[in-house]
Design a protein around this ligand. Sequence first.
Ligand code: NZQ
Ligand code: ZN
Length: 386
Amino acid sequence: MLNFEYQNKVKAIFGKDTISKVADEIPNDAKVLMLYGGGSIKNNGVYEQVKTALKDFELIEFGGIEANPHYETCMKAVEVIKENNIDFLLSVGGGSVLDATKFIAAAALYNDGDPWIFLEKRGIINVEKAMPIGAVMTLPATGSEMNGNSVITRVSIQEKRAFGSDFLRPQFAILDPECVYTLPKRQIENGIVDAFVHVMEQYLTYPVNSPLQDRFAEGVLRTLIEEGPKVLKNKTDYEAAANFMWSATVALNGWISPGVPQDWSTHLIGHELTAFHGIDHARTLAIVLPGTMSIKRDNKKEKIIQYGERIWGITAGTENEKINQTIEKTIEFFESVGLKTRLPDYNVGEDTIEKIVDRFEKRNFKLGEKADIDTTQIRLILEDRL
Ligand code: NZQ
Ligand code: ZN
């Protein structure tokens, strides 16, 4: 196992009828900005539940945060915070609303210029303070509710970038599985695959003798494979919705990663497909992951074979045959959930591969658990998906 440090301050409040507890988690004298998206919370009763719970609080609203949230919108929220002396941010929505809230929380306290620098110079310029955040999470997918990560799109330059800090973890996250009841099918499909690939990014690397972490990871994968289709069949199946929701949280709340290497190349390449073509985040992962598995089969050989055997029961054949079968099984699973896995399925061709390769060339850093995925390999991964 590798050395690690682990801390997670987020209080998870999970279960039916838990949204009313939001009032207990925010300081009584706080001036709250409630942030939300395009209106789903007004159609499914979540808005009313939050407003009722917070009736005694001074509350201002900021709605209209987009899926793949825009920097430009976030900066408008920063103005509202400054004009109204807000001191607590409450995100009510999916990963996009929460990611936007995290960026806003850091941007509102940043006085050294344009806060986009946190994304542009990720790892060099770090967040050193942020406003307190609470979350009512309405969509199981990103795990954003229990981590410090955020992904923001700057429309004017067609960039989608990630950054992170422990300062950005919410103080609390309310997870009511009944929120799943109103999700469009497409978002359930996305959530299953996003959570699945979060596990894969932290699991499908190289062995470091971490049997406990491996079994945590395999437990989440198996749960998604078993419970995901139940939710797709009947989204008001509470038990299935609850298991799906908690799996998505655990997939990226830091329980799988201690002591093991991490990849994240599929995500970083996928973000470019969203930046250029607006493809849903999870769908970009369903496209890229099989390519990453295929091109990085040497680096990942032992773990792909372990994953194939333990998750899909693949035991026969040479190492290469087992790896090929495992990739096929993974593709089949994504397609059975409802996600297409090839670039032409999304009308994306070779010209986009050129643009993506060009971008990574300029950024001049390598991806993957061994930091050995260069632009030649990024091209191969994407060409594998044509
Ligand atoms: O905007 P509203 O009207 O609220 O509608 C949303 C949106 O249209 C709707 N929705 C959410 N909850 C609902 C609901 N509709 C009905 N009932 C509900 N209960 O669903 C649509 C998609 O919402 P969005 O928040 O965009 O989805 P998701 O949670 O999948 O978030 C995706 C974003 O998170 C980033 C992605 O890149 C993408 O920008 N990620 C964030 C991560 C993190 N912070 O750790 C990790 C991930 O890898 C990911 O990159
Ligand atoms: Zn993701």
